[in-house]
Design a protein around this ligand. Structure first.
Ligand code: NDP
Length: 452
C-alpha cells in the first residue's frame, strides 16, 4: 500500500500549477490538481490572454486612420463591444478546455473544489468535505486584484477581472494606478474610443521601467488622448444618477465618470488556506516564502508563481514549475534563474524590456555607455502617424557587455524576445554589431547604434 493517496497534490490550475501537474503526471507520478473557479487561471481567463485580444481590438482605431495614408477609405468603421467581449470569452473557454484535455492526457485527476492545507501531507476538499494525503503539496494559487478598502465608495469601481465582462462599454473611465494593468487598460479603453483618465500617485507612470521609456510612453498616451493625472490619489467615490460616479482626488479635483477601475496591484492568494497553521512561512506581503527550488519552510510543501511574489509573470511560473518537476520527479535538481527575464507592456506604444535599466545599472556601480535612438517607423511616415520608437541599450563600459535593452515602440514585445537571448547570453556590444541588419525593419536599429 502506498503511504499517501497521491505523489503530488497541486492547488490551483493556472499556468504554473497545470504545467507542474502535467509534467509530473507524464513522469509517472500519481497527481491530482484542484481548482475552485475554472481551469486556466489568471493568465488564460482574466489576464494576459483576454487582455492581448482587447489590445488587438483597440489597435484598429489607429490602423483605420493609418490606412487613409495608404489610400484606403474606411469611414464606415464601427465598434461593437458585445461582439468582442463574447468572442474573447469563447476563446478563453476554449483554451480552458484544452488545458483540461491536456491534464487528462497526462493522467492527472482534476478536482473542482476549494482546498485547504491541514498538515504537511494532508489537504481538505472543502465542498466535498473529505481529506486526502499527498507526498508533496504544490501551492500554485496565484494572486488577486486589490481594492483600497479604506476609501469611501470604492465598491463602485471595478477591477481588471470585471473589465473583461462588462455589460456595456463605458463612455468614460478613470483608472487608478500607474502600473502594468492601469497602463494596458488605459491603452485598451482609449483605443476603443472611451474617454480615459489615469490617476497615479507618483511622478510618472510605470515605476521600475527605464526612465526614458516611461517618459516616452506617458507622452504618447497623452498625445493620443489619455488624460494622465500624476501626484494624486483618489480620496472618495460617490454614486450619481445613471450609474455615473463622482471621483474626488487628493488635489481636490472632481471627476465625473461613467466607470472607475482600480489597478493598484495584486496580492498573493494565501488567505484562509491553513498554510500558517501547517507551518508554512509567509512573507510580509502574505506570499509563500520559498528557497531557490521553490520549497517552502515545510519540506513537503512547495509553491510556484504569483503566490510566491517573486517575478509575477506567466512564463516565470511555468519555468518554476518545470524546475520543480525536474528536481522532484526526475532527480535533476534545477533552480530557475530569475535574472534577465524579459517582459512586455502592451501599452501605446508597447514596451519590451530586458536586463538592467540605466538607474539599476548605475546603482550597481557600473560605468556605462548608453546607446539611444528615437525614430519614426517608415510605416508611420506615409500613414501620417506621429508615434515614434525609442530604443535604448545599456552597456557596461569596462566589459562592453550589454546589460539591458529597453524599447518603446511598435513590435517591441516581439523584438525583445530575441534581444533577450543575447542579453541572457552575456554578449558584448561589439558582438551585437557584428550581426548584419535585416532591412527595412525597425529592429535593425538594434545592431546599428554606433555612437554612445
Ligand atoms: P503594479 O504593481 O504593476 O502597479 C500597481 C500600481 O498601483 C502602481 O502604479 C502603484 O504605485 C499603484 N498603487 C499601489 N497601491 C496604491 C494605492 N494604495 N493607492 C494608489 N495607487 C497605488 O500592479 P498591477 O496591478 O498593474 O499588475 C500586477 C502584476 O501583474 C504586475 O506587477 C505584473 O507582474 C503582472 N502583470 C504583467 C503584465 C505583463 O506582463 N504585460 C500585465 C499585467 C499584469 P507605485 O508605482 O507608486 O507603487
Amino acid at each position: 500500500m502506498p503511504q499517501y493517496d497521491y505523489d503530488l497534490f497541486v492547488i490551483g490550475a493556472g499556468s504554473g500549477g497545470v504545467r507542474a501537474a502535467r509534467l509530473a503526471g507524464r513522469a509517472g507520478a500519481k497527481v491530482a490538481i484542484a481548482e475552485q473557479v475554472q481551469i486556466g487561471g489568471t493568465c488564460v481567463l482574466r489576464g494576459c490572454v483576454p487582455k492581448k485580444f482587447f489590445v488587438y481590438a483597440s489597435e484598429f482605431s489607429q490602423a483605420f486612420r493609418d490606412a487613409k495614408g495608404f489610400g484606403w477609405t474606411v469611414d464606415w468603421a464601427r465598434f461593437d463591444w458585445p461582439t468582442l467581449r463574447d468572442a474573447v470569452q469563447n476563446e478563453v473557454n476554449r483554451l480552458s478546455g484544452i488545458y483540461a484535455t491536456n491534464l487528462g492526457a497526462a493522467g492527472v485527476e482534476m478536482i473542482d473544489d476549494r482546498v485547504v492545507v491541514i498538515d504537511p501531507h494532508t489537504v481538505r476538499l472543502t465542498r466535498e468535505g473529505r481529506s486526502v494525503t499527498a507526498e508533496r503539496i504544490l501551492v500554485a494559487t496565484g494572486g488577486h486584484t486589490t481594492r483600497p478598502t479604506t476609501i469611501k465608495g470604492q465598491e463602485l469601481g471595478i477591477t481588471s477581472t470585471d473589465a473583461f465582462v462588462l455589460e456595456a462599454l463605458p463612455s468614460s473611465i478613470v483608472i487608478a494606478g500607474g502600473g502594468y494593468i492601469a497602463v494596458e487598460f488605459a491603452t485598451i479603453f482609449s483605443g476603443l474610443g472611451v474617454d480615459t483618465t489615469i490617476v497615479y500617485r507618483g511622478e510618472r507612470i510605470l515605476r521600475g521601467f527605464d526612465h526614458d521609456v516611461r517618459a516616452h510612453v506617458q507622452a504618447d498616451l497623452q498625445r493620443t488622448g489619455v488624460n494622465i493625472i500624476c501626484g494624486s490619489t483618489i480620496e472618495d467615490v460617490s454614486g450619481l444618477s445613471h450609474g455615473k460616479k463622482l471621483v474626488t482626488l487628493s488635489n481636490s479635483m472632481k471627476l465625473e465618470t461613467d466607470q472607475l477601475m482600480w489597478a493598484i496591484g495584486r496580492e498573493p492568494n494565501t488567505a484562509n488556506m491553513g498554510l500558517e497553521s501547517a507551518g508554512v512561512r509567509l512573507t510580509e506581503r502574505g506570499a509563500i516564502a520559498v528557497d531557490a527550488y521553490s520549497r517552502s519552510s515545510v519540506p513537503s510543501i512547495w509553491a510556484i508563481g504569483d503566490v510566491t511574489d517573486r517575478v509575477n509573470l506567466t512564463p516565470v511560473a511555468i519555468r518554476e514549475a518545470v524546475a520543480f518537476v525536474e528536481t522532484e520527479f526526475h532527480g535533476r535538481p534545477l533552480a530557475f534563474d530569475h535574472a534577465d527575464i524579459a517582459s512586455a507592456v502592451f501599452s501605446r506604444p508597447p514596451i519590451g524590456a530586458v536586463g538592467l535599466t540605466e538607474e539599476q545599472a548605475r546603482a550597481k556601480g557600473h560605468k556605462l555607455k548608453i546607446f539611444r535612438t528615437n525614430f519614426r517607423p517608415m510605416k508611420h511616415i506615409v500613414a501620417g502617424n506621429d508615434q515614434r520608437v525609442l530604443m535604448k541599450m545599456i552597456v557596461d563600459a569596462a566589459s562592453d557587455r550589454v546589460l539591458g535593452v529597453h524599447i518603446a515602440g511598435v513590435d517591441s514585445p516581439e523584438q525583445i524576445q530575441l534581444a533577450a537571448i543575447a542579453v541572457k547570453a552575456g554578449l558584448t556590444k561589439a558582438q551585437w554589431d557584428l550581426t548584419c541588419a535585416v532591412h527595412p525593419t525597425g529592429a535593425e536599429e538594434l545592431v546599428l547604434m554606433g555612437e554612445p
